[in-house]
Design a binder for this molecule. Structure first.
Ligand SMILES: [Zn+2]
Length: 149
């Protein structure tokens, strides 16, 4: 089940993940399933009630898992449209970086660094915000309701 705004749990900063075990595998498996079922491009663990600094991104059809992520640098600010599974029917215009450089840990706890751009960079910034208790409506330049049809 996905928690939706204004659930207070979504406003809380998540705790670091310290165990890279079977339980983590199960959580990630479940998150991937939820993303597919809801046709999403990303999901943070706290959106399903887990106090863990972890998210799954799915630009196009490939999954990326980021644990304890930290964005170190960003370039080329741009305004893009975005939505969120925790805010059904809301969309907004948000200023994000087109290119970012981040550090994170993989499923085995290995420390990694990545420089990426475009859709994946955009998703990462949205999800890292989630892990810090920030929703896109907290920083959107403009918010609007999704029109039917
Ligand atoms: Zn979201």
């Amino acid at each position: 089940m996905i928690l939706t705004y204004p659930n207070n749990f979504l406003k809380k900063k998540t705790k670091s993940v310290n165990y890279f075990d079977k339980n983590l595998n199960e959580i990630v498996k479940k998150m991937k399933k939820i993303i597919v079922e809801n046709n999403g491009v990303g999901l943070a663990a706290n959106q399903i009630g887990l106090d863990m600094a972890l998210f799954v991104a799915r630009p196009k059809d490939k999954f990326y898992i980021f644990i304890n992520p930290k964005i170190l640098k960003g370039w080329e600010e741009e305004v893009k449209e975005e939505g969120c599974l925790s805010l059904p029917n809301k969309w907004g215009l948000v200023k994000r970086f087109n290119k970012i450089y981040l550090e994170y840990q993989d499923m085995r706890g290995k420390k990694k660094k990545l420089k990426t751009s475009g859709l994946l960079a955009h998703i990462i910034q949205h999800e890292v915000d989630h892990l810090n208790g920030i929703l896109f409506i907290n920083k959107a330049i403009e918010i609007y309701d999704l029109k039917n049809g």
